[in-house]
Structures are given as C-alpha cells and as structure tokens.
Design a protein around this ligand. Structure first.
Ligand code: GDP
Length: 300
C-alpha cells in the first residue's frame, strides 16, 4: 500500500483529498455538488458512474446531518469501493484446465505498454517457478519482437519469433505448439494493436485466437490500456471488446496520471475486471489491482 500510494501521482491522490474537502464544507450547496461532479469527471470516472456516485453521496450526506471527517472518509471509501466492484474475480488465469500450457493473449493499441506488460507478467510467473514461453506475434512494430526477447532474456523465458512482418497467427501457432512440445506451463502471446481499421484488427486478432484455440484453450485475454489516455482508452476498449472476448484489463502508466478514475469507467464500460496495474517501466512495476488498497491510496 505504501508503494502504491507513493506511485500514484500526487495529483491523483488529490482526487480523494479534493472530494473530502468539498464534502466537508458546511453548506453543501448546488455549486459544491457541481464541483464534486467536476472533480470526478476530471479524474475520468465517467459520466454515468459520476452521476450515480454524486446521487448516493447526496442521499447519504443528508441522512448523516453533521459530518465528522472520519464519517465522510468512511462513506466516500465505501461508495468508491462499490463503484470498483470489489467482488470481481481478479485472478489472472494462467492454468489450463487441460494438459496443455495456460495461454494468455495480450492485446491493446501499440504504445499502451503491451510488450512491457507481457515482460513483467513473465517475470512474475517465472519467479513463481513457472516455465514460460513468449510468443512475439506483434510483427507490425519492427522492434517489438526484439523488445520482447530482451525482456525474455532478462526474466528467463524463451521467445518464439518469426520473420519481420511475418504472419502473427503463424507465430502464435508456433509458440503454442512449441509450448506444448516442451511442456511449458504458460505461453504469453504479445499481439499487434493497429487500430486504423477495425476489420483489419478483427481479422488479425480473430485469426490469432482461432489458430491458438485449435491447440489449447485461451485462458486469459488481457486488454492493455494506457491510463493517461483517458476517455480515448474507453473508445479503444470498446473496439477490442467487439473483436475478442476480453477477460481482464491491465491499466498501465497509473504512476504518471491524475486519471485513476478510468479504473471505474472501464470496468463499467466492459463489465470486465481490472486485474493488473502498471506503476512504472521497471520489471517489478506490475501489481495486482486491489480495490481496497487503491481507494485507500486515493483518499490517503
Ligand atoms: P506496446 O507498443 O503496447 O507494446 O508498448 P510498450 O510496451 O513498448 O510500452 C510503451 C512505453 O510505455 C515504453 O516506453 C514503456 O516503458 C512505457 N510503459 C509501459 N508500462 C508503463 C507503466 O506502467 N508506467 C510507465 N510510466 N511507463 C510504462
């Protein structure tokens, strides 16, 4: 928690503090409620969740009458937690129900932190004693396979790669096949995320998915979103969700943004849990998303 609090930017931490200060005003007039609403919208909580939260807070504050700082804190904590859906299953599923490796596909727009996240996740799994294989199916970005391989060498996982500009599906196929042959525990597949045409993306990811599933069930499809892109991230999320069945969200770059409310917005948008968060560029900067710790870091 200490680390999380330190990593969430000061301005993000200000979200909770700002709300508490506003709620503590003696007269909660319409202007104040508007300021509360603006604070939430600026933090990317999203329109609908913001309205719901403000409505709930209005009701509860009314019931409360006089408000001690502790009461306000507890109330805000509870309501933010409700919006974060504390009972979502946030396990990253890396174990196959069959006798095949667990298969995790990592998708998202280029630049969001897909390759970095794949590397960090590999590190966690290797540290857990797992035999991990990486599939470099992002053949769109020239350096992506090199970058993934560098991560692999760093953390102790072999990378399966193809020729530059090669067919992503055939690399994913090879990775899964080799994973089965060498009895790997988990195969992580890094994919390309070009969004310029939805049909192109759909064709490519759909093909990767189909080819993989010929050999082994897909256990997890992680969508990587850059928290600093705000509402644009939501648009991306929507497109990907139409193309593949997303099972979990990774929110990266939460260390550098005041827009932590995007966690609430994106879960609401997709109905899928945020499972992991990226808090920096380093190998250890991937953390499980824990709603309680997150809210505590927000409201200090
Ligand atoms: P990809 O194109 O989606 O595979 O993106 P990359 O993995 O290459 O990441 C793009 C940039 O974002 C790189 O410079 C990463 O180091 C950086 N990055 C990735 N995750 C995080 C994070 O959680 N925090 C910060 N601050 N930077 C990150």
């Amino acid at each position: 928690l200490v680390r999380l609090r330190a990593r969430l930017s000061r301005s993000q931490n200000a979200l909770g503090k700002g709300l508490l200060t506003l709620l503590a005003r003696e007269h909660l007039d319409e202007d104040t409620w508007e300021e509360i609403e603006d604070t939430l919208l600026t933090a990317d909580v999203g329109v609908q969740p913001t309205q719901e939260l403000v409505e709930r807070l209005r009701e509860r504050v009314k019931v409360l009458g006089t408000r001690t700082p502790e009461e306000l804190r507890a109330l805000l904590r509870e309501e933010l937690l409700t919006l974060l859906v504390p009972d979502f299953d946030r396990t990253v599923h890396t174990e196959s129900p069959l006798d095949t490796p667990g298969i995790v596909m990592v998708v998202g727009v280029n630049g969001t932190g897909k390759t970095t996240t794949t590397g960090k996740l590999a590190r966690v799994l290797v540290a857990d004693g797992k035999h991990v294989l990486l599939g470099a199916a992002d053949t769109f970005r020239a350096a992506a396979a090199d970058q993934l391989q560098t991560w692999g060498e760093r953390v102790g996982a072999r990378t399966v790669r193809g020729p530059e500009g090669g067919d992503p599906a055939s690399i994913a196929f090879d990775a899964v096949k080799e994973g089965i042959q060498e009895g790997a525990d988990v195969v992580l597949i890094d994919t390309a995320g070009r969004l310029h045409t939805k049909t192109g993306l759909m064709d490519e990811l759909g093909k990767v998915k189909r080819v993989v599933e010929k050999h082994a069930p897909l256990d997890e499809v992680l969508l990587v979103l850059d928290a600093t892109t705000g509402q644009n991230g939501l648009v991306q999320a929507r497109v990907f969700a139409e193309v593949v069945n997303i099972t979990g969200i990774v929110l990266t770059k939460l260390d550098g943004t005041a827009k932590g409310g995007i966690v609430i917005a994106v879960q609401r948008e997709l109905g899928v849990p945020v499972k992991l968060i990226g808090l920096g560029e380093g190998a250890d900067d991937l953390a499980p998303f824990e709603p309680e710790a997150f809210v505590d870091a927000l409201i200090g």
